[in-house]
Design a protein around this ligand. Sequence first.
Ligand code: NAD
Length: 471
Amino acid sequence: MHRIPQMTVGGSALPTTAAFDVIDPATGEPFAQAPDCTPDQLDRAMTAAAEAFRTWRRDDDARRDCLRKAADALEGAVDTLAPLLTAEQGKPLKDAREEVGNSVAWLRYYADLDLPREIVQDDERGYAEVLHRPLGVVAAITPWNYPLILAMWKIAPALRAGNTMVLKPSPHTPLATLALGELFQQVLPPGVLNVVSGRDPLGALMTAHPVPRKISFTGSTATGRQVARSAADDIKRLTLELGGNDPAVVLDDADPQEIADLLFWGAFTNNGQLCLAVKRVYAPESLYDDLVEALAERARTVRVDTGTAEGALLGPLNNRAQFDRVSELVADALHHGATAAAGGAPLDRPGYFYAPTILSGLSDGTRIVDEEQFGPALPVIAYRDLDDAVERANSGDHGLTASVWSPDLDRAAEVATRLDAGQVAVNVHGLGVRPDLPFGGHKQSGLGVENGTWGLHGYTDLQVLTRLAKS
Ligand code: NAD
């Protein structure tokens, strides 16, 4: 067993009074423990954050400075954080290192971001300015697929805007986030970032708690609904980053071999456990067989192994429930007449390994097409009429990201902007995930956006300052 990492409250470690097991997805066995935060300990975290807010909100330059120091500290800790992330999440070590690197980039982006004053009037009649005021304590809750970067999408803008935070990672992946809290004890004033861990009910305690003025939540749409209900009682501000069922629409002039690599990785990055992964492909009948084969060829040859194995490109699924869900959705598709052009079953080894799977011969109305699979199984659906494909791509309750694939860039862009999603892309999927562009879902994929100035303003309330001119 690894050492139990501590929760960070008020700038120091909070002694662990109860703990729960953390499972290694590559073996299915417990390999570490994490603290199980009690309601009393959560109160202490909230109080520490509220006290820190009094001074943290005042000095923007000091905040920028702290974020820069945090970025340096994080960059220097990649050799300890990345292996922890791989151990608890399952992803290959190079991907874990990249996640740490991206987290550093987000901190630096927000530290360097210039926020111009918004003066609407300054003349002989008077003065009017729109200010962005920090909210107070933010309760931040994250999922298990990208624990560090999704936490950083919240930490960097919320802190830069002058808020303080109580952060809770998923019980499946608490360790790297707890370690991040310990690391930042050296660079942030006490109470600015508090990190607690616990099972799902701790999340519900946080959203119902009277102290936070905002909840920033990333996770499933089902949990997002509960979070929104809980926030309604005292009108907490809310950002929800929820699930997706993201379509890729291939046009009839595309070359299957040309697009196969990027399309494959658009779907299988992080083993498909990515909110914005391609979750269904619509392909014209004329290209259908060639595209299925090009994708299947990549699925059959990609190296799946433990995250620490040299050359592994995909690891195991993160947890038993997700492994069971992917297994169930693929079995359901096969039962209803689909063909597995690649994969179609778990790998015969311990842990939550599943063979990268390409499914053909199925259509809308099959569960794996209509629901978010969040795993390494991609349905390819044939279409005859493009308008019909666009309508099917827009069906359902999700609208996170989408892509269109064609050498005719204008035509592809025209089709892309007919898709109902927060980000659309041409000949690539997910290119818009950058610190300086807004990311958020349409329909039931979310509420509000993260990243860029848009994301930062989500951690503020507007305040209008007016005065009459001197007479
Ligand atoms: P989840 O909803 O089960 O859990 C997310 C977090 O919420 C965890 O920390 C969990 O402990 C906590 N939680 C559980 N019940 C709660 C409650 N009642 N109140 C408050 N918090 C509660 O999601 P997951 O399985 O960890 O993550 C997978 C989902 O996240 C997928 O649907 C995926 O699409 C989505 N996701 C979305 C984005 C995005 O940016 N849109 C990014 C990553 C993942």
